[in-house]
Design a protein around this ligand. Structure first.
Ligand code: C2E
Ligand code: MG
Ligand code: MG
Length: 630
């Protein structure tokens, strides 16, 4: 009997099934279709062997049994190529989601199977060589190659939707099928098709579908790439699920071995909750995802308990290391419209949790917030392109000189309808999306130009104050860029005072110091902004080469809250003055506040009492009027 080839194919298929089933699978479409292809191909080979037996036993078996087995084999052959086609087209989302497309291919397959079953079949038998022929076999040779060739064509016509390795693996699989079918067509005694298909599936397994390919090497849980594919699939199929994101510090201060041990320990713990799939997200983060459709929800949630997870992370890993972890709980995926937005929301809240916040529930409002931010981002980008960044100037009054000696440059965006967008709204978004450098530079350019063009120096303004954001201070090129702008705008660096704010990272502090030293050497001076808010402490004044400290508006208001606050503020002022620094009080709105600040020994006043931030023209008029009178 010529069944050697089929037996080889069968062994190969059984091995593949064994290896495939040994691991947990994620449940991706391609995974499911691969498993079905494997099953169909195995059935096809078994039927092939059975039909060879049946043909040999034509004398004993009733003719219709032989014909039925032979035809079932041929149908399974068409089914195997149909599976190959389905596998290929499932990689193209719009084809996979198209109901019409799926209906059409199923109808074509149905017609093919019907032809094969209904048309007559004959068998050839000569010693150990047997094969089938006749119209039923002809139908098989039309429909099976039809699906194979169509799949092959898809890898070219829709290749851009598939990864290179997917394209190549499918091409190899389909080419092997065609080669085997052609050889079998020319030499009907060589029953190669089943074996060819098995080798094709083997290539597919090695290249794409080996469960190991979906795993993270360090932890053995599903990798980040798998998570992306899985989440995309959940979104495209509109499935409801809950996710818990476990976020830890980006950098762990330990050697690689210990890092791997801890990651492994964490993943083992998190993997111990049945019903959830565990993924390694970016860096040292994990993502637990579980379906929350229908009644399964309560059952799963009775097992997966965020408090239990939190409690575990309060204890040490690897014996001694307590890892700082935060948790995002996302009960409903509908906070986002697609995967990209979903991941953007997770990342944003991961990066923007309050210092003491351990966990946060992300709901509809969280998603809405991100969408609004994205709109603001688009507005910033357009404003930068269309030159709609404006700078307003808020005069700063000097008690000693009894006139306005400087002003703070404050950014505004004029939106397409001519309305002003305030920095409180767009500066944090610009910082988040890496646009703050461009805004900062634009504001700096306009400020320098205004100082020169309006001859502010002659009008009593010694310097203008410009805000620097933390991200700008962390940029090693900052001093070069700002030097370049001052040179281009022909302005003396002593006319510029840069406002810095405190940030807790050491990395920031080092580069900031470098930038400050370089800019100071050119002649720029510095102010410490936001003093008195949560971010500031006295150490900063000691370490940083600043000349001015700017009291935040909240501090000025606090002064009037209690006698204790007064004492603290007085002591603070004394300390700062003893070091030799000047003080600006911001947010002074009333005469009472003004007098109190003067009495305290504050040097400068910035606030609505004198003026709100003004457009360039109005600012110029203000200075010309008030400083002349003074
Ligand atoms: P800031 O640097 O502390 O600026 C002072 C803010 O307090 C300004 O708000 C100013 O209009 C406001 N202010 C001043 N006096 C009073 C007052 O008497 N009462 C009240 N209620 N508010 C007063 P603005 O212009 O909305 O700016 C907010 C923040 O946005 C600034 O705080 C600064 O941190 C940031 N910002 C503004 N422009 C820029 C910029 O060009 N670059 C960067 N990085 N940040 C900027
Ligand atoms: Mg400021
Ligand atoms: Mg301030």
């Amino acid at each position: 009997m010529n069944v050697e080839m089929q037996c080889c194919g069968l062994i190969l298929d059984l091995l593949l099934i064994y290896f495939f089933l040994r691991h947990e699978t994620v449940g991706l479409y391609s995974e499911r279709l691969f498993r079905m292809s494997l099953v169909v191909n195995t059935v096809c080979i078994v039927l092939d062997i059975l039909s060879v037996f049946a043909i040999i036993m034509t004398d004993i078996l009733p003719a219709f049994v032989v014909a039925l087995v032979g035809k079932l084999y041929l149908v399974s052959l068409v089914a195997a190529s149909f599976m190959g086609f389905l596998y290929t087209s499932s990689g193209v989302q719009h084809l996979r989601d198209s109901e019409t497309f799926n209906k059409i291919i199923k109808i074509i397959f149905g017609i093919g199977a019907l032809f094969v079953l209904l048309l007559p079949i004959s068998f050839f038998r000569d010693g150990r060589v047997v094969y089938s022929y006749g119209l039923s076999a002809v139908a098989t040779y039309i429909f099976a190659p039809f699906f194979i060739i169509w799949a092959l064509v898809l890898t070219f016509s829709h290749g851009k939707y598939m990864s290179k390795s997917r394209r190549n693996a499918i091409r190899a699989w389909m080419s092997l099928e065609i080669l085997a079918a052609t050889l079998q067509f020319i030499f009907p005694k060589l029953l190669l098709v089943g074996f060819g298909s098995s080798i094709g599936l083997f290539i597919l397994y090695c290249e794409l579908e080996s469960p190991e390919a979906f795993l993270d090497r360090t932890t053995g849980i599903f990798s980040f790439d798998t998570m992306v594919m899985y989440l995309r699939q959940l979104f495209s199929s509109n499935r409801k699920f809950t996710a818990i994101m476990i976020c830890t510090e980006d950098e762990w201060k330990m050697d690689n071995e210990q890092e791997s041990r801890i990651l492994l320990e964490m993943s083992e713990f998190l993997h111990s909750f049945p019903g959830a799939k565990l993924f390694r997200s970016t860096g040292h983060d994990f993502m637990m995802i579980y379906a929350t459709e229908d009644e399964a929800k309560d059952q799963i949630e009775s097992v997966i308990n965020l408090d239990v997870i939190k409690a575990r992370f309060q204890q040490a890993f690897d014996g001694t290391m307590v890892i700082d972890a935060r948790f995002l709980y996302i009960p409903d995926p509908r906070i986002a419209t697609d995967f990209d937005e979903y991941f953007e929301i997770c990342r944003y809240y991961k990066d923007n949790m309050e210092r003491n916040e351990i966990s946060r529930v992300l709901d509809e409002a969280a998603g809405q917030n991100i969408r609004e931010q994205r709109e603001i981002k688009a507005e910033i980008v357009k404003a930068l392109e269309e030159n709609r960044i404006e700078v307003h100037f808020q005069p700063i009054y000097s008690f000693r000189e009894q006139m306005f000696v400087s002003a703070e440059a404050l950014a505004r965006i004029v939106n397409s309808e001519g309305k002003l967008i305030m920095p409180g709204l767009f500066i944090p978004v610009a910082e988040e999306y890496g646009l703050i450098d461009q805004i900062g530079e634009r504001v700096f350019e306009i400020t320098c130009r205004t100082f020169r063009n309006d001859r502010l120096q002659e009008k009593g303004i010694h310097y203008l104050e410009v805000n620097l954001s933390v991200a700008q201070c962390e940029d090693r090129h900052l001093s070069d860029i700002y030097h370049g702008i001052m040179k281009r705008e022909q302005i003396d660096p002593t006319s510029i005072n840069l406002e810095i704010t405190e940030s807790s990272t050491l990395h920031y502090r080092n580069i900031l110091l470098e930038n400050m030293n370089l800019l100071s050497q050119m002649g720029c001076s510095f102010s410490l902004d936001d003093f008195g808010t949560g971010e500031s402490n006295l150490n900063y004044i000691v370490d940083m080469p600043v000349q001015i400290v700017k009291f935040d508006r909240s501090m000025v208001q606090d002064y009037f809250r209690s006698d204790r606050a007064k004492i603290v503020m007085r002591a603070t002022v004394d300390m700062i003055k003893a070091i030799g620094l000047k003080i600006v009080a911001e947010g002074v709105e009333t005469k009472e506040q003004l007098d109190a600040m003067e009495e305290l020994g504050v040097d400068y006043i910035q606030g609505y009492y004198f003026s709100k931030p003004l457009q360039e023209k109005d600012f110029l008029r203000f200075i010309e009027t008030h400083n002349r009178v003074a």
